[in-house]
Unconditional design. Structure first.
Length: 665
């Protein structure tokens, strides 16, 4: 299957979207360009000069088509419409495997209720959130109903108590005003609902002022019981306001994005700030199947997120990096913001994507052949909307907010990776897939990975980390201080570490079973080294020298392109980037790197921390610790006479003399 380059001059020099298709006619990649001619020509070059994922996409494609449009914004809208329609395998996609809860207020009901809701949203309900955890929103709702006694019961329960003529327990504990038994008028209840909505929107001062005024008025009328209840509500409101930390200027609306990523995936966290306070947050996972830099990734995230944003498009969007082609993205966001319609009750509905306008009826076909087609869009011209600013915060409160969101993204990414690793089915699939991809004789239930760490050839150390049944076994980890290598020589250091480990295994294997120690008694079903062909060659040589070639399979994982090398295979094995097998190899490789770096830093730190008591013959760690405990630190020791040391019964006289001489040298 070879992708044929279109005839020169047939590709238009206009904005548009292009689609690569495989031999079965499936769209495998959708892109956009200011100039279709310039962008597409970049794909028809030496594959060795293309990025690895781009080269893989071009190798999988058999034909290319394109659609002309009138502007860059239309190209962006059309691109995302086609991505939603075809779900191409080589395009970055946001993956939200959670159903985030919202705090919903059914303002269209005769007696509105507050409830926790998930899933689809309707225009007759006001939504606040989304919240990251269900327990957080339920705790929030519980606190708010103590302040604003709005009903939380279902419609069926409300009707049932209305028929019975008696309220439920929530009325008796003052967490509901009892609309089912007409204990509150419609006007009073409507005021409670308005106060609740205002509070959730950040209008806290007006709510506090009104409750305070009502409390004073009740006290002046000598309605002390009612004034006391209003006082308690006022205290509760102020406590709730204290929990709502201001992160921006009052009245300011913005969204803040942060990204934590590795080569395969990225975790996205977005905080929604309305009227200066965080009203919700959302987390997303991105499968990085497309060759994108930071700017391209941010652009893709904004396009997909604001196609159906939960709280609309705010006037300010904070991002860790400016998006690719920021002018086009900004213009598109302005259109999305202008098209966010207001519902009858005043709630903001999510903006509808104009990309959906690019349908088959909007396209005029004017040329085609077996390998490529050219189309012209007749979409209406884009129209301007409300201004939207996309920028990177550099200082002040917004920079602090970005740091907070960034920490949440990093924590969510770590949790996501641990969740995947802890899942038994995923681990079983990963081990089976790894056996198939590497052509191993059996499932690699025990994997050992080795890495080296040093600083310009000093403090050379090695690490061995172990995974059994797809899970880390820290008790099996081992550290090696390289002893025979001078200077910067990773191959020699790896040779020493592997030789020491495998020699210890052969020694343990020769002992009776009851005398074997756990630490080196079991061979790995896969020996993995961090690096490329060179490191693999070192491991193969060690196994051959020790006669373990047939017993222990070996592989290396190159970090740059995540390629796996096996002996006797001239070409690397490229495991699919979405495969659990590659994820497993990456995890153990990263853990080996972390373990080696930690040991190296510890070794270097100890070497650089020199004490006057070091290297005194006969003064080992135990005696040194006891000496410091009984007589004090180096300054105190220096002030003592020789007899103070020679009189110590547990310190030999030669050691005492050497200590005194060292202190006064």
């Amino acid at each position: 299957m070879v992708l044929e380059r279109p005839v020169a001059g047939t590709i238009p020099d206009t904005p548009g979207s292009y689609q690569f298709k495989d031999r079965d006619g499936r769209v495998i990649y959708v892109g956009k360009a200011k100039s279709l001619r310039s962008r597409l020509s970049n794909y028809f070059q030496n594959p060795a000069l293309l990025a690895p994922r781009t080269a893989q996409m071009v190798a999988s494609a058999e034909s290319v088509e394109w659609i002309q449009v009138r502007s860059d914004v239309e190209a962006l809208m059309l691109e995302y419409s086609l991505i939603k329609q075809h779900k191409p395998r080589f395009n970055v996609r946001l993956r939200d495997d959670k159903s985030y809860p919202f705090l919903a207020v059914t303002v269209a009901d005769e007696w509105p209720r507050a409830a926790v809701r998930r899933g689809t949203r309707d225009k007759s309900t006001r939504y606040f959130g989304p919240y990251a955890h269900a327990y957080a929103i339920r705790e929030t709702l519980d606190s708010l109903t103590r302040i604003f006694a709005v009903r939380t019961c279902s419609d069926s329960k409300f009707v049932n108590h209305q028929r019975l003529g008696r309220p439920c327990l929530l009325y008796h504990i003052e967490k509901c005003s009892g609309p089912c038994i007409a204990a509150v008028t419609a006007a009073q209840y409507g005021q409670m609902v308005s106060d609740l909505l205002g509070f959730l929107e950040g209008e806290t001062q007006s709510v506090i002022a009104r409750i305070e005024a009502e409390m004073v008025a009740a006290a002046e009328k000598l309605e002390f019981e009612r004034a006391g209840r209003l006082r308690d509500r006022l205290v509760a409101v102020r406590k709730a306001v204290e929990k709502q930390q201001m992160v921006a200027e009052a009245g300011e609306d913005l969204d803040c994005f942060a990204i934590a990523e590795d080569e395969l995936e990225a975790a996205i966290q977005v905080f929604y700030v309305r009227r200066g306070r965080v009203v919700g947050r959302k987390g997303l996972i991105v499968d990085k199947v497309e060759d994108l830099g930071s700017a391209g990734l941010v652009a893709s995230i904004l396009e997909q997120h604001y196609d159906d944003a939960p709280l609309g498009v705010p006037p300010l969007i904070l991002v860790p990096h400016l998006p690719e082609d920021p002018e086009t993205i900004g213009e598109w966001l302005e259109m999305q913001r202008s098209e966010g319609s207001a519902t009858a009750d005043g709630s903001a509905a999510p903006a509808r994507s104009r990309a959906d306008a690019a349908t088959a009826t909007d396209v005029e076909w004017w040329a085609a052949d077996s390998h490529y087609r050219v189309e012209r869009s007749v979409n209406p011209a884009a129209r301007k909307g409300s201004a939207v600013e996309v920028r990177v915060p550099r200082r002040g409160d917004k920079r602090l907010l970005m740091e907070t969101v960034d920490k949440n993204a990093a924590e969510e990414f770590r949790r996501h990776r641990l969740t995947r690793a802890a899942d038994h089915n995923a681990r079983a699939r990963a081990l089976t897939a790894l056996q198939d991809h590497l052509d191993l004789p059996g499932s690699p239930l025990r994997i050992e990975c080795y890495d080296m760490s040093h600083l310009q050839g000093t403090d050379y150390v090695g690490s061995m980390v172990v995974m059994e049944d797809g899970l880390p076994r820290p008790a099996e980890y081992r550290r090696f201080k390289v002893k025979t290598v001078e200077g910067n020589d990773d191959f020699a250091a790896m040779t020493e570490v592997l030789t020491r480990r495998l020699t210890a295994y052969l020694a343990e294997r020769s002992k009776p079973v009851e005398e074997r120690r756990r630490r080196f008694a079991y061979p790995p079903q896969l020996l993995l080294v961090d690096g490329g062909k060179g490191q693999l060659g070192v491991a193969v040589q060690v196994l051959e020298r020790l006669g373990l070639t047939e017993e222990i399979p070996v592989a290396s994982l190159a970090k740059r392109f995540e390629e796996v090398y096996r002996p006797a295979m001239p070409e690397p094995i490229r495991i699919p980037r979405t495969s659990e097998a590659l994820y497993l190899l990456q995890r153990i490789r990263d853990e080996a790197h972390r373990f080696a770096i930690t040991y190296h830093r510890s070794t270097r730190g100890k070497r650089m921390t020199v004490s006057v008591l070091d290297s005194i013959p006969g003064l080992g760690p135990a005696r040194r610790k006891r000496l410091l405990a009984e007589l004090g630190g180096p300054k105190a020791l220096k002030a003592l006479p020789r007899e103070a040391f020679t009189n110590l019964s547990w310190l030999p006289e030669p050691v005492a003399d050497a200590l005194f001489d060292r202190l006064h040298s």
